[in-house]
Design a protein. Structure first.
Length: 103
């Protein structure tokens, strides 16, 4: 199934990444897009909406580093109460999607 990005969601992702602390940005290259795609698939969606994108944004960062994301998400009017359970989800292995050998 082909999963597409809603243009406004892709723009919001760019804004979130731009506002994230520099130490987090290394996780946001292709990883967040792959994580969002996995979240959309898991939720049975054909489009990456804001929900799948935020879930991907959170889960691409290792669990022990996620506390710093709450401030960024709050600044962008993301309902932290709704996403608190996602902060406990395991870190998704994203690079394996595009490169099964992990290279």
């Amino acid at each position: 199934m082909q999963i597409v990005w809603a243009s406004e969601v892709e723009q919001k992702l760019r804004e979130l990444i731009a506002d994230a602390p520099i130490t987090y940005r290394k996780y946001f290259d292709a990883d967040v897009k792959n994580a969002a795609r996995l979240q959309a698939q898991r939720l049975g969606k054909s489009e990456i909406d804001e929900d799948a994108m935020v879930r991907g944004f959170i889960t691409c960062v290792p669990r022990h580093l996620r506390d710093g994301l709450q401030e960024v998400l709050g600044q962008h009017n993301v309902d932290l109460q709704y996403y608190l359970p996602v902060f406990d989800e395991p870190n998704l292995v994203h690079k394996s999607i595009d490169n099964p050998a992990g290279q």
